[in-house]
Design a protein around this ligand. Structure first.
Ligand SMILES: Nc1ncnc2c1ncn2[C@@H]1O[C@@H]2COP(=O)(O)O[C@H]2[C@H]1O
Length: 460
């Protein structure tokens, strides 16, 4: 780095790290040109496993420390922090991968350079390194305490922990938990997906009671793949018209407005629900299949109960887990924490981990998205409470979605890969109060429906 001694001194003078250094000692540290290294954003500052053992002090900018390439971020270190002390002190290989997040200037000292400093300077460096390690240990302890739930008694939503990882694609350099994180997700409009265009059109048409099945059919007539799916499903065992339906207009007259709208909505939801979610261990299509199965089961249950919710059950079931799509990058970045939490808390499910580690669960985010999409309030309310239906009081739809979700998971179509299944809330059992055969029949109908959509839902 070609900066003058004065410029280097002005950087060093700004950092608390050098407070105990005398003016002369600071000058000695700043004098060697080769000590100062500049890193462009995205470049590797320390490569995991490498044998380099230099010590770095970040003078400006910040770096992300990760266990390995593409792994969860362990820490963000900023100006004044020490880096590479582990290999430097223990003479071992680098334990982590460190990447510059913005232009970084660092003071880089190899062992030879370090040994050249007079003893008092070396001691001051060592004192600072110890202080930084103590702070890091304290942070790690507090974070561990917080996410084990034995913390200071405040709710996680109100007491964001010290653990910080970079925001998923966001410009802000640090990620919060609880309300801060919700605020950030909601204010970052690009992180909230738009309602798929066809779904939006159908929702708009349904607002008019005069909309006919034939008008709805027109929405999809130019989408050949969608037409094929609708015809397949119309001819499936679920509807019982086996082999008789050959045009969308014919299907629309047989299915009626509500059924046709549901079908179009389920298929168009694939663009939002169909992608893989590594944070939740879901392969592409897993979430979509689970969601359609819950939609059909919920609507069958609502029908069997002669519930008023029969109109909204399908949509609420289809979108009940949509919050996972938004949270997936944030869960992915905390994968190490999530996996550790779930390993050490047998019986806890993924939404418990979300609540304890993020301060809220995917149901909260899903309900925010539903409000954002201007869906009926009953839908967002039921989705908001589908994992804790007792908090929804007597709201029938919340209990129906909760019950349908659990039945579908029990039938083998989970909404999160490899985690403990949620337990049925006894209040939902008494609210739904259907006999086991009827409930079983609801899930079987859902599986028939899925069978009708086989090609689309199980495409590689
Ligand atoms: N959990 C962590 N928090 C902060 N920094 C870390 C963490 N783990 C590793 N590092 C830093 O990443 C560096 C990688 O190289 P070293 O192993 O030499 O030294 C390591 C530490 O400086």
């Amino acid at each position: 780095m070609g900066s003058s001694l004065v410029e280097k001194l002005s950087i060093i003078n700004r950092l608390g790290f050098f407070n105990s250094f005398t003016a002369d000692e600071k000058r000695q540290v700043a004098s060697e040109d080769s000590h100062f290294q500049v890193y462009d954003p995205g470049t590797v500052v320390i490569r995991k496993g490498s044998s380099d053992q230099s010590l770095l002090i970040i003078l400006s900018g910040s770096v992300a420390v990760a266990e390995g390439t593409g792994d969860a971020v362990l820490a963000i270190l900023k100006a004044g922090e020490v880096l590479g002390e582990m290999a430097f002190l223990t003479e071992t290989r680098r334990t982590a991968q460190v990447i510059a997040r913005e232009p970084v200037i660092a003071l880089k000292l190899d062992r030879l350079m370090f040994e050249k400093f007079p003893a008092p300077i070396r001691e001051k460096f060592k004192d600072q390194i110890i202080m930084k390690l103590v702070t890091r240990l304290d942070m790690a302890n507090r974070e561990l305490t917080r996410y084990r739930g034995t913390g200071n008694g405040g709710s996680p939503a109100e007491t964001p922990g010290p653990f910080r990882v970079p925001a998923a694609g966001a410009a802000e350099s640090e990620l919060a938990t609880g309300r801060d994180l919700i605020r950030k997700i909601v204010s970052n409009t690009t992180s909230l997906p738009a309602m798929p265009a066809v779904m939006l059109k159908v929702q708009q048409m349904l607002r008019s009671p005069a909309t006919s099945p034939a008008q709805l059919a027109k929405v999809i007539e130019t989408d050949a793949a969608m037409v094929t799916d609708i015809l397949k499903l119309a001819n499936s065992a679920f509807f019982g018209f086996r082999g008789k339906v050959s045009t969308v207009q014919h299907a629309s007259s047989l299915l009626g407005t509500r059924r046709l709208a549901e079908l179009i909505t389920a298929i168009s939801a694939g663009s939002v629900l169909g992608s893989a979610m590594r944070g939740y261990n879901l392969k592409s299509g897993d979430m979509w299949r689970h969601s359609i199965a819950v939609a059909v089961t919920a609507s069958e249950i609502a029908g069997a109960m002669s519930s008023e919710a029969v109109e909204t059950a399908y949509m609420a079931g289809l979108l009940h887990d949509v919050g996972k799509i938004i949270l997936d990058p944030y869960v992915r970045e905390r994968k190490v924490l999530f996996d550790h939490y779930l390993e050490t808390h047998p019986g806890k499910c993924i939404q418990d981990a979300e609540r304890d580690l993020l301060g809220f669960d995917h149901a909260v985010i899903a309900s925010i998205l539903c409000d954002n999409w201007s869906l009926p309030r009953a839908i967002s309310f039921a989705i908001r409470h589908h994992h804790q239906p007792a908090s929804a009081g007597d709201h029938q739809l919340a209990h129906i979605i909760h019950y349908a979700d659990i039945l579908v998971i029990q039938a083998g179509l989970a909404g999160s890969g490899g985690y403990a299944p949620p337990e049925l809330d006894p209040r939902s059992r008494s609210m739904v109060s259907l006999d086991p055969d009827t409930l079983q029949h609801s899930v079987e109908k859902a599986l028939q429906y899925m069978d009708g959509l086989k090609g689309r839902l199980f495409a590689p």
